[in-house]
Design a protein around this ligand. Structure first.
Ligand code: SF4
Length: 962
């Protein structure tokens, strides 16, 4: 019997029937499976074990409805390469080789008897992934472009054809131009920390490709934390929020962005905690707050400095904490405004040893813990650093100079930021500023929830340095339930055993277990590793190769107080080796391979990327489970298996004290493959084609030998890694990683989640910097506050003075407020944004259930008065424009939006806009030249660290009816 399309849309079985139809149309084989009971190990489905059987006899939608609550088996799944900053375990219900629906797997135990549990974890996106995986956006076959880029003309290929072509093009480029002209972009955290990502990382590491460092490039880098702490991926579990008595949500909206976790904030209010929201608009989190402050966009540093001024003026700060944990007692020279250094007192002395005045001994004393100090700890013993006073010291040249503790210098500096002045700048009432300052200082425990969204303004670093100052003055950073929590991941340490070509020698590991390295040692290692490998930060890469110079160099888009033109700073940074770009300017990139990014949607000024970068590329390759905006312009598309079609690890976000695993519920849809299988096959193909062309070993631009004729031999580690051994690789990841110590893949797939047994090694994603504690909530930075290890900064403390010459020249040696510049030109409205509730980046952005919960097409929220002045009403189509670009969108007047603000929530796909021109077309995103400074302790580039940020927020625009 033939089913009409209309019949699918009727009745309770509609969605499920659509699913079935998709599979019937695809002609999927049905996988024969054995039934398993809950708690029992599900049988391993493999492609080889799959046998074609008769398709189910579904004749009408009622057939589906009647069998809705029957299934063949339940499989533990998750959403692996979704950058949702969460990790949730789900049960997928499988029947006839189809995933019909999912339910939350409620297996989490409370971390401590005094905090609520995590059940259930999930969000509405995860709850309809079983629909998304069968939608028309799925990539089903390898595709090769046969028309112009973006023309939508594709030819289906076999895997052998596709991999042969990719291997040949990679070899052409690597052997002719150098492998660093191949650029690999895994996005930010669109990776899985499991078998898939480790396989593709291994492939590109062995190839010698440039690795794109996208962290700052998507505007997620908490630069102010780096400047202050020397690291940034410091966080704990979300149930630790329940331990805070005073919580400030600052430039954030966790009700949208932390759906499985935000309940801990709201539950804390039941035991008397205060919740404050600081956001220009009355957002979905503000409505739950006890107090809402709505500063003008980009004025948060003024607000924070005024709070700090109140805390200092009213002496509400924690003296013992700041003596030990911060640079505030360090002596500052009155003549230069710089730290007093060892080199000032001794000819030829050190530049990284500093001083305070010991009140107990009444003498000048060198402060332990700084980068150059022989004593690498913060413990003060009997010393009591002075926080006030003026002292005279004799310099090595025989002259004397007056010095004062930094707290005194800061007190004078901060006097200008009275609450009344901050009220003028921010539009926030002065008494309310005082109230929050006192609330922060007097609470038993206070925290600031401010994460990646707070990094996307031009002067975000200044606002974050101010937040760090507030948390340090009040003694909250590195305390249970306290401090700023920008996010962190547990480390799956064994990932390095697969992903990296270099293995850590046994004696080195043994030595490390006897003398555990400190955060500073890890940082030195990461910096060295970065220098020896082709990493490139995104925005400098686009400046050199992608035409961004056109907008970044414009003085009218940049900070008007800069003493020198931006181009001059960039030239100096390049000459000094502070700003690194790979491949260098004289060797343009020839291939761009993206497996976790959607750059034409995410990068600023995509029109410039198309104009300048695209023509340089001989190969634009996307590995993806769905067609995205950038994939539509690719040369070759390789279809990845969906999240329920392969095994994987959901990247282990520290918010949940579990590592979450995904089992394979059904076989890969159509001709898709897991990344693990795909990259092993590609490695074989590279070796085969290299041998066919007689490729000889050679040294790449970094002096590393590349031997593509033995590529797969090396890739496979003498046969231990190949396309058939994904389960073995998963076993290795679980059993060799301390975070899952004592467990196996059988445990993981049975339970869906394993309780963490460690936090894992310090690394780019994990700088939790606390020793593992069983049976309690997780909070970061205990190495510093409890074990008294130095912070990985130049001074070894939370550092509030950065006396780097550029910081001094730009007037940002201490945290200051600077008015936001005018990127885009002189227009009256400021474009703001945020993550939306209904998608995670582009994934789910065009999912029909999610679209039905909102407008169904791109929409811009604007203040009702701003709309009225422009004669705009609800759902009018408007043109948004500035000197950089234009896009069309629907307008939604809303009284929750601040006057002068317009909001376009994140991640509409380009093809959802008229002419595929989306909101980034109007975003020039100039960057602070300060962010390519270097040569100063922790102020320097290493992968996923100190680099210029994408700052779309605050772009100036005008709006008119289209
Ligand atoms: Fe959880 Fe992320 Fe999946 Fe949502 S998408 S259910 S937050 S893992």
């Amino acid at each position: 019997m033939e089913l009409s399309r209309r019949s699918f849309l009727w009745g309770a079985g509609a969605a499920a029937l659509t699913l079935t139809l998709s599979n019937l149309q695809f002609g999927c084989e049905r996988v024969v499976v054995e039934e398993s009971q809950p708690g029992e190990t599900a049988p391993e489905p493999t492609v080889l074990a799959a046998k074609p059987v008769a398709l189910p006899d579904y004749r009408e939608w009622e057939d589906i409805y009647r069998k809705k609550w029957t299934w063949d088996r339940v499989v533990r799944v998750t959403h692996t390469r979704v950058n949702c900053i969460a990790a949730c375990s789900w049960n997928a219900f499988v029947k006839d080789g189809i995933v019909w629906r999912e339910e939350q797997n409620t297996i989490y135990q409370p971390s401590h008897p005094t905090v609520p549990d995590m059940n259930p974890r999930g969000c509405q996106k995860g709850n309809c992934y079983s629909q998304l995986m069968y939608e028309p956006s799925r990539l089903k076959y390898p595709l090769r472009r046969v028309g112009e880029r973006g023309s939508g003309r594709w030819q289906r290929q076999s895997w052998d054809e596709a991999l042969s072509e990719v291997a040949d093009r990679l070899l052409d480029i690597a052997l002719r131009d150098g492998p660093d002209c191949i650029v690999y972009d895994h996005g930010t955290t669109n990776i899985d920390f499991g078998t898939g990502t480790s396989a593709e990382m291994r492939f590109f590491n062995l190839l010698g490709a440039t690795v794109m460092d996208s962290w700052a490039g998507v505007g997620d880098l908490p630069m102010g934390c780096i400047q202050t702490w020397g690291h940034f991926n410091a966080d704990g579990t979300s149930d630790d929020w329940f331990n805070a008595d005073y919580m400030v949500i600052w430039i954030a909206n966790p009700v949208y962005t932390r759906i499985p976790d935000v309940h801990f904030m709201l539950e804390a209010r039941y035991r008397g905690a205060t919740l404050v929201s600081i956001a220009p608009d009355y957002n979905a989190s503000s409505i739950h707050a006890d107090l809402w402050l709505n500063p003008r966009i980009g004025t948060d540093a003024a607000l924070g400095l005024a709070m700090a001024q109140v805390i200092i003026a009213e002496q509400l700060y924690k003296s013992d904490y700041i003596r030990e944990q911060t640079d505030l007692p360090f002596l500052i020279r009155e003549d230069t405004g710089r730290y007093l250094r060892h080199g000032d007192l001794h000819a030829g002395g050190k530049d990284d040893v500093f001083y305070f005045w010991d009140e107990e001994a009444n003498r000048l004393t060198d402060a332990p813990g700084s980068q150059g100090h022989e004593k690498q700890e913060l413990r003060l013993g009997t010393m009591k650093p002075a926080l006030h006073g003026t002292f005279s010291v004799k310099l090595s040249n025989g002259t004397s100079v007056r010095v004062r503790p930094l707290l005194d210098v800061l007190t004078k500096h901060i006097q200008q930021y009275t609450p009344e002045r901050a009220a003028e700048i921010t539009g926030t009432n002065a008494e309310v500023i005082r109230r929050v300052a006192r609330g922060l200082a007097q609470a038993r425990t206070a925290m600031i929830f401010s994460s990646w969204g707070a990094c996307k303004h031009y002067h975000s670093d200044l606002a974050q340095r101010t937040m760090c100052l507030l948390m340090a003055l009040t003694g909250n950073q590195g305390k249970r339930g306290g401090g700023i929590r920008p996010g962190a991941w547990y480390s799956i340490d064994a990932l390095n055993e697969i992903a990296n070509e270099v293995e850590v020698p046994f004696y080195f590991r043994l030595l490390g277990s006897i003398f555990p390295p400190k955060a500073r040692d890890f940082e030195q290692f990461l910096e060295k590793h970065t220098r020896e490998r082709p990493f490139t930060p995104t925005l400098p890469f686009l400046y050199v190769h992608g035409g961004m110079k056109e907008v970044v160099d414009r003085p009218d888009f940049n900070d008007p107080t800069l003493p020198r033109p931006v181009a001059e700073y960039i030239r100096e940074a390049t000459e000094k080796g502070w700003m690194r770009v790979s491949p260098p300017a004289n060797r343009p990139p020839k291939a761009y391979i993206f497996t976790g990014a959607n750059p034409l949607r995410r990068w600023p000024v995509p029109q410039l990327i198309r104009k300048h970068l695209w023509p340089k590329l001989e190969l634009l390759l996307n590995v993806n489970f769905r067609m995205c905006s950038t994939g539509m312009e690719a040369d070759i598309l390789l279809p990845a298996a969906g999240y329920y079609e392969k095994i994987g690890i959901k990247y282990p976000q520290s918010l949940v004290p579990y590592v979450i695993f995904g089992d394979r519920a059904v076989k890969p849809l159509e001709d898709s493959k897991s990344e693990f299988e795909m990259f092993a096959l590609l490695a074989r193909k590279v070796q085969e084609r290299a041998r066919a062309r007689g490729a000889k070993p050679f040294k790449d631009a970094y002096g590393l030998e590349r031997d593509y004729a033995h590529f797969f031999d090396k890739y496979s580690k003498e046969g231990t890694i190949d396309e058939t051994k994904e389960v073995d690789a998963m076993e290795l990841l679980i059993q060799h990683s301390p975070v899952t110590k004592g467990f196996t893949w059988k445990d993981a797939r049975e339970r869906g989640a394993l309780p963490i047994q460690a936090y894992g090694h310090y690394g780019p994603h994990n700088t939790i910097c606390s020793d593992f504690e069983a049976g309690n909530t997780v909070y970061p930075q205990r190495w510093f506050t409890e074990k008294k290890e130095p912070w990985p900064t130049l001074t070894g403390r939370q550092q509030f003075l950065i006396d780097h010459p550029w910081y001094m020249e730009m007037g940002e040696a201490l945290p200051v407020y600077k008015p936001p510049p005018t990127p885009g030109g002189n227009y009256p409205l400021r474009l703001n944004g945020g993550h939306t509730r209904w998608s995670v980046h582009g994934i789910w952005r065009d999912q029909r259930h999610m679209l039905r919960l909102q407008r169904g097409e791109p929409v811009m929220y604007m203040n009702v008065d701003d709309a009225r002045h422009r004669n705009l009403k609800d759902h009018d189509r408007v043109r948004v424009f500035n000197d950089t670009g234009t896009f069309h969108i629907r307008a939604k007047p809303s009284s929750s939006v601040q006057p002068g603000e317009v909001i376009v929530y994140h991640a509409w796909e380009n093809y959802q806009f008229r002419n595929w021109m989306q909101s980034q077309e109007a975003v020039p995103s100039p960057w602070k030249p300060l962010h390519v400074a270097g040569g100063y302790g922790h102020i320097r580039y290493r992968m996923f660290f100190y680099a210029p940020s994408h700052g779309p927020r605050g772009t100036r625009v005008e709006v008119e009816r289209a």
